[in-house]
Design a protein around this ligand. Structure first.
Ligand code: SF4
Ligand code: SF4
Length: 305
């Protein structure tokens, strides 16, 4: 697989380095660097002025760290490169608004696979050859952990493209297993994660928090338990009665495509302890006060993806 990267700013550079340092250096056939977004006009009249002159043949285009209208170079670059697949990771709420995402998709036509993972470390296989080859190493984190009461070794099976998963794997050795998810979260912030701390209106949470939920999920699914999770009291959940499922409508993980809250046949809510980030949003949104945060060991199912 040949990867051509369009990059801008510090976030873009971090992704380029992460991908190159963790196994895909030889697959990168070129990197085109755009100026940081502060130096680019908000509205672009002639996108041709920004299309790179030298575009190599490639299978997969990754457009990382690019804000606003400049992303309209993507269809031009796809055509010049003959690429079949595109990944546009979203790390900032204002980076590629939904309207612009739709415009890019429309310009590409139906033949090209394109995804906008928010954040990049939420990407999982989608059934596209090149995107799935990428997710063999990069995307939603997965670890293999050997532990007794403490964590003895950690292997990254799939890591965040910025490289944070490899940093976390090295730095949680020796941690008590009960503290694993929390210590991994601290290490993600130390790395640091470069996703935005501005609240994303599409999900009601920051993209930085979404990234931390994915990373903690990887630890929880490997260890098989969590020590902090939201739990619904199903006896008194009003989901089968008058409640409009406010928890489901407000959960940032649900709003970003995960099935963290589901409804059973009688309409009552059920929270998946593996992907729940314990953000407490549902606790505050439930008008009947039936969700609470448990701070004791709760089993977690292994991740099939
Ligand atoms: S908002 Fe509360 S009462 Fe309504 S479905 Fe969710 S948990 Fe149940
Ligand atoms: S605490 Fe509630 S809103 Fe937050 S991730 Fe868990 S289920 Fe979703």
């Amino acid at each position: 697989m040949k990867i051509f990267i369009l990059s801008s700013g510090e976030y873009g550079s971090k992704i380029v380095n992460g991908i190159a340092n963790h196994g895909f250096a030889e697959k990168i056939v070129g990197v085109h660097e755009f100026p940081p977004y502060e130096e680019l006009p908000e509205f672009i009249e002639d996108i041709q002025e920004y299309v790179p002159e030298n575009v190599p043949k490639a299978d997969l285009i990754i457009a990382t760290g690019i804000h606003g209208d400049v992303n309209m170079v993507i269809p031009e670059v796809v055509e010049k490169s003959n690429a079949k697949s595109v990944i546009v990771p979203i790390y900032h709420p204002k980076q590629v608004p939904i309207g612009l995402q739709n415009e890019i998709k429309k310009s590409l036509g139906g033949e090209i696979a394109i995804v906008f993972p928010k954040p990049f470390c939420s990407l999982t296989p989608i059934g596209d050859d090149f995107i799935d080859e990428f997710t063999a190493i990069f995307g939603k984190p997965k670890f293999e952990i050997h532990a007794d009461d403490v964590i003895k070794s950690v292997k990254v099976l799939r890591g965040a493209p910025c490289g944070s998963s490899w940093y976390i794997a090295e730095n949680i050795i020796g941690t008590q297993v009960d503290d694993g998810e929390f210590e991994a979260n601290n290490k993600l912030h130390n790395f640091p994660c470069s996703s935005s701390m501005i609240v994303d209106t599409g999900t009601g949470d920051t993209i930085l928090h979404l990234a931390s939920y994915k990373m903690k999920e990887a630890i929880k699914r490997t260890l098989g338990f969590t020590n902090r999770v939201a739990v619904v009291d199903r006896e008194i959940c009003e989901g089968s009665g008058g409640c409009e499922h406010f928890c489901l409508k407000a959960c940032p993980n649900v709003l970003s495509g995960s099935d963290t809250i589901s409804l059973n046949d009688d309409g009552k809510a059920c929270i998946d302890p593996g992907s729940c980030g314990a953000c407490e949003i549902c606790v505050n949104e439930c008008p009947y006060g039936v969700i609470e945060i448990y701070e004791e060991r709760v089993p977690v199912k292994k991740d099939p993806k």
